[in-house]
Write a protein that binds this ligand. Sequence first.
Ligand code: FAQ
Length: 307
Amino acid sequence: MNGEETFADTIARDHRVEPRDWMPDGYRQTLIRQIAQHAHSEIIGMQPEGEWITRAPTLRRKAILLAKVQDEAGHGLYLYSAAETLGADRGDLTRRLIEGRQKYSSIFNYPTLSFADVGVIGWLVDGAAICNQVPLCRSSYGPYARAMIRICKEESFHQRQGYELLMTMMGGTPEQRDMVQDAVNRWWWPSLMMFGPPDGDSPNSARSMAWKIKRHSNDELRQRFVDMTVPQAEALGVTLPDPQLRWNEERSRYDFGEPEWSELKRVISGDGPLNRQRIERRRQADADGAWVREAAAAHAEKQRSRR
Ligand code: FAQ
C-alpha cells in the first residue's frame, strides 16, 4: 500500500495516525488549526479564573483554584507539544494568536464578576469542555488523542470542584444563592456557544468527521451537554435562563432555545466583552517571558557545543 492507501486504511480501521506516517496536507493543517486553537484556549482560559486567586475566600479555595489554573497551563503545553509533532512551531503559533490570525474559545472573553463565576466556570465551562473532549480521546491522530486522556481526567476534577463550590454557596445566605443564579444566567448561553456554530453553518465539521478528528457534530455535543446539565441544575436548585427548555418525551432529550449566533460571530471575530484585554495580557506575558526563552535556548546551545 502507498502512503495514501495506508492512511485511508488506518482511518477506516479506527487505528491511530502517528507523526511519522504519511498524511494528507489538509489533515495536517486541520489538526494544527484545531490543536493550536485548543492550546490557545487553555492558556487564555487561565485569565478569567486567575483574576480570583488573590481574592479566594479561604485557603482551601485558593489552593484548589491555583491547582486548577496550573492544570490549564499544563494542558496548553501538552497541546502545543502535540501540534509540534505535526511540524508546527510553538513560537509561531503564539505569534499567530497575538496577531489575531488564530482563534481561541469564545467563552474566555466574558468577565468573571463574582467568586460564584469560578464555580460556574468549573461546572458549566469545564462540563462543556468534557462533553466536547471525551470523544476527542478517540480522535484519529495519536498524540492529540493521548493528550486528551490526561486532560479529560483533570477536567473532571475541575468540573467537580466547581459544582462543589456552588453547592456550598447554595447552602449559604440568600445573597450567596443570588450570586450563583446571576452567574448561571450570564454563563449559560456562552457555554452552549463553546460547541461552535450550528451544524448547517459549520464549514469544518464534515471533513473533520470523515477523518475522525471530530467524532460528533457540534449540535449533537451541545444536546448531550444540555441533557447532562439540566438534572445537575435541578439538584443545585438554580434555574437555567431558557424559557424553551423542556423534556421531550418522544426524543427522550431536552428541547432548548437557540443561542444568539450573531453574538458568537461577534466574539469570535474579536469584538467580545474582553477580547482586547485578553490578547493584550497574553502579549505582555509573552514579552515578559522572552528573556527566559532566550536564556534557555542559549543554555541548550552551550550544552550541545560541549558535547
Ligand atoms: N470559539 O467549522 P466549525 C478549554 C470557529 S475548552 C471560537 O464548527 P470546528 C478548557 C472554528 O474554529 C475550550 N471559535 O469549526 C478550559 C472555525 O474557525 P476557523 C477549547 C470557534 O473546528 C476550561 C469556525 O468557528 N476546546 O479550553 C468556536 O470543526 C475552563 C467555524 O466552526 C477546544 O478547542 C468558539 N466557541 O469546530 C480551560 C476543543 N466555535 O478555524 C480553562 C477542540 C467555532 O475555520 C478554563 N476543538 N469556532 O477559522 C473543537 O472541538 C472544535 O474546534 C470546535 C469547533 C467544536 C470548537
